[in-house]
Every structure is written in C-alpha cells, then in structure tokens.
Design a protein around this ligand. Structure first.
Ligand code: DAH
Length: 444
C-alpha cells in the first residue's frame, strides 16, 4: 500500500480502513492482572483490555511539555500564532469510548473503535486516539477559541514514521450564529485575505461547500461559507508561518498549500490540508465546520464554528529534519542537547548503529488470524524502542489443512548504541515464547 495512503488511514479517521482492521480480536490478554494502576487510579481489567506496560510507561512523559523538546517548541510556535486563544495541555489521556467516539457522531461500527486499532483499559475506559475527544468538554467549559495539545494513542504497525503514541494539537474557533457575529467574521476574512496577498504562498483551493462536502441542514449556507472561508484563511496563515521559511524562501519557490475535500464524522464540510515539501505533498491536518450535534451536546447550540487537528511529530520531522519518529523519545544527550526552546534548528544526525533483523514464522491457531497490530504490540512490549520496524514478509494458507502461516521480519536497531547479536537473540527468543503463550501460535 502507498505510504501516503497508509498514513492517511492510520493517522486521520478519514478513510475506511482495511477490512481486517474491523475484526475485534484482543489477543493479548492472557496473564493480565485483575486491576491496573494508571496515573494514580485503579481500573479493573476485562476481556478487551489491551494496554501494555510499554504503552502505559509513556503516559507520564508528556513530551509536549518538556523544556526545549522539539514538540514543545512547535506547540509554542502554534500557540504564538493564536495568542488570544485558551492554551490547554494537561488533560488526562484516559477518556471514555463515548467521549472519543460517540459524542463526535462516530458510527457504532467505525473501524477506529476496534480493539485492533485503539488501546482499551477496559470496556469503559480507553486511551484517547485523537485530541478531538475533548471537544465537547472544552466547549462545555465555555471556551470559544482554544488550542489543546496532548499525547494520543493508536495501535499501529512499526516503522520510522509510525509510533503508537504521538502528539496532536486541536484548535477550535466558534462564533455566535447571528448576523452581527457573522459580519465580524467577514471583516476578519478581509483582513486575513489581505495578509495572505503579501505572502509568498500559492494555494490550491476547493469550494467551501459542494454536493459531496455539504453544508449542515441546520446551518444557513451563507454563514457556513463564511465560517469555512475563515477556517481556510486562518489555517493558510498558520501554514505560512510554519513552512514559509522552509519551503517558500524565494520568489520562484513559493510555499504550496492545497485543500482537499475530506470526511470526518464530526465536521461538515470537511477538509485536509497538504503542503508541498521536497517534491511531495504531505498531509498536515484535518479540519472542518464543527457538526452542530457536537455543540448541542456541549450546551452551546447558539454557536457555530470550525476546528482542526494536526499531528506534531509529522510537522516537527519536516521542520527539524528528524529522520525517525523514535528519536522524539530519546533521552540521549546527543539528541536533546541539540535543541533550544523556541528555536527550530536542523537536526544533525549522529552515527546510526547497525541494525540486525530476525524472522519469525508461525502457524496461527485454527480459525484465528493474528492481526499485525497485535503482533507489533507484543514485539514492542518485549523490545521497546529497540525495534525499528516490523514487516510481514510472507503469508499463506495451507491448501490441505486450511491453516495460516505468517512470517514477520523484525528489524532491531538501537538509537544509542550497538546491539550484539547475542543480545538480539535473547530478545527474539522472548518474542517467540510470548507469541506461543499469548497468541497461541505454533512456531515453524
Ligand atoms: N481528530 C482527527 C484525527 O486525528 C483530525 C481532525 C479532523 C480534527 C477534523 C478536527 C477536525 O478538529 O475538525 O484523525
């Protein structure tokens, strides 16, 4: 599958995911304690518990608040672009599935809910998969213009641009849905348009509203147009602030931004924004006009407005030239000492240590498929950040017995030191025995 298509499907709830992601298998629950203590509270475990110690160890790290960390600097830059907005960054990562999905109008059968895709503490509590999970509660508190930064959690494959914990920033701006407030939006639009005319930026746009990206039934189409336009102008200026220096440094080389129609359960119309960087279009954020149901639930039905969500690692990897997403978690002084708070500098790679790959082939238990995310979580739980990537290199069904055989290649590499073959063998044998014990496979 195309890299971009995969990132789209795993990082934003835009497209329907692969059919096997729909299957609800938990797989990793044997040997589980009755309770888990998470951020000082005890939670009973149940049949769908799939959080692992490796994941839980990340909850308290909050990289977006660590001094001089690239993710923190990027957050500050975005906050500085919206100086009058509320800046929130300390909401707990534990939310209910209701907050994460239902309040945002996700259908009951949305693939993002599957235990193969999300981390559940138990059936009533999960790790947020996106910062949108807090929209209702923040609107309910009375905030009308706000940014929220947080760590989010998604079960995923393992490679240089995917990590099961990453950081998002959610922004929202809502107005009174009346003529005088809409007049102010119109004036703001004129001001922002003028500002953008001075900037070295080329924008490929799509209509604010279209039959495939419709106005909401309860909205006045003219108001929705104005709000969608305000959203685009505001985010175009943000893109110019973030990328203008990197991509649009000369007259012949303007920053190129493009808008694409999208679908999110909690916005309409909805869009994605891409930025042209080093010969490729990179997806930067998702956004749209907030679904009225969200505002109604939050008790602010007299308002309307727009919201966006962006992934900080994605942008920081571009701006700082950081080549591997695991580096954000490094405590190596050769990484951390390179950064100064508030400043974007080019990361100077230090020598990469050699990698070492190991294959494992197994027969799955009868009538069960081992989901790649279950496999990856098990590997990550044993090997932590020593695993660089995992690839499925073979998969077949035995014509006579009907049993499924799968082979995965695990690539081990430390960011900080050389790994010996003996050390990797020890890790690999732990992986193999846990595969046998927890997932019930037969090693070939
Ligand atoms: N929460 C979405 C995601 O991570 C991104 C997003 C899309 C946020 C549209 C928004 C929005 O606020 O309006 O997949």
């Amino acid at each position: 599958m195309l890299q971009t298509a995969r990132i789209l499907s795993t990082r934003l709830f835009v497209r329907t995911r692969t059919s096997d992601a729909r299957r609800l298998i938990s797989g990793v629950s044997s040997g589980l304690p009755d309770h888990l203590e998470i951020l000082g509270t005890r939670y009973p475990t149940d049949a769908i518990t799939n959080v692992t110690p490796a994941i839980l160890s990340k909850l308290s790290l909050r990289l977006h608040t660590q001094h001089a960390h690239p993710l923190n600097t990027l957050r500050s830059l975005i906050e500085a672009h919206y100086p009058d907005w509320a800046h929130l960054s300390s909401l707990s990562p534990l939310v209910t599935p209701y907050q994460n999905f239902d309040e945002l109008s996700f259908p009951k059968d949305h693939p993002g809910r599957a235990v193969t895709d999300s981390y559940y503490v138990n059936k009533d509590m999960m790790l947020r998969t996106h910062t949108s999970a807090h929209e209702v509660e923040v609107f309910r508190k009375g905030h009308t213009k706000w940014l929220l930064t947080a760590d989010v959690y998604r079960r995923d494959e393992i490679d240089g641009s995917h990590y099961p914990v990453f950081h998002q920033m959610e922004g929202a701006c809502i107005f009174d849905a009346d003529a005088s407030a809409m007049k102010a939006v119109e004036e703001d639009n004129a001001r922002l348009s003028q500002q953008l005319e001075q900037a070295n930026i080329v924008i490929e746009d799509v209509p604010h509203i279209s039959p495939t990206n419709p106005v909401q039934p309860s909205h006045d189409a003219r108001h929705s147009e104005l709000v969608a336009k305000n959203l685009k102008l505001s985010l175009n200026t943000l893109m110019f602030k973030l990328f203008g220096g990197v991509a649009g440094s000369s007259k012949e080389n303007p920053l190129r931004v493009r808008w694409i129609e999208a679908y999110f359960p909690f916005t309409s119309p909805s869009f994605e924004v891409e930025v042209f960087f080093q010969g490729k279009w990179l997806e930067i954020l998702g956004c749209g006009v907030v679904r009225q149901a969200t505002l109604d639930t939050a008790g602010v039905s007299n308002k309307m407005g727009w919201a966006f969500g962006l992934g900080l690692e994605r942008i920081a990897m571009i701006l700082y030239s950081i080549p591997d997403i695991r580096l954000f978690w490094s405590t190596d002084p050769r990484f951390l000492s390179q950064f100064e708070h508030g400043k974007i500098t080019t990361f100077k790679p230090y020598s990469k240590y050699p990698s070492c790959f190991k294959d494992v082939s197994f027969w799955s238990p009868k009538d069960k498929t081992i989901h790649e995310n279950d496999f990856c979580d098990l590997v990550r739980d044993v090997a932590g950040d020593l695993v660089e990537d995992v690839r499925k290199i073979d998969h077949f069904v035995h014509p006579k017995t009907g049993r499924t055989s799968t082979c995965f290649r695990i690539n081990y590499r430390s960011m900080d030191r050389s790994l010996s073959n003996e050390e990797v063998n020890v890790i690999q044998s732990q992986v193999v025995s846990r595969l046998r014990d927890q997932l019930g496979v037969e090693i070939r």
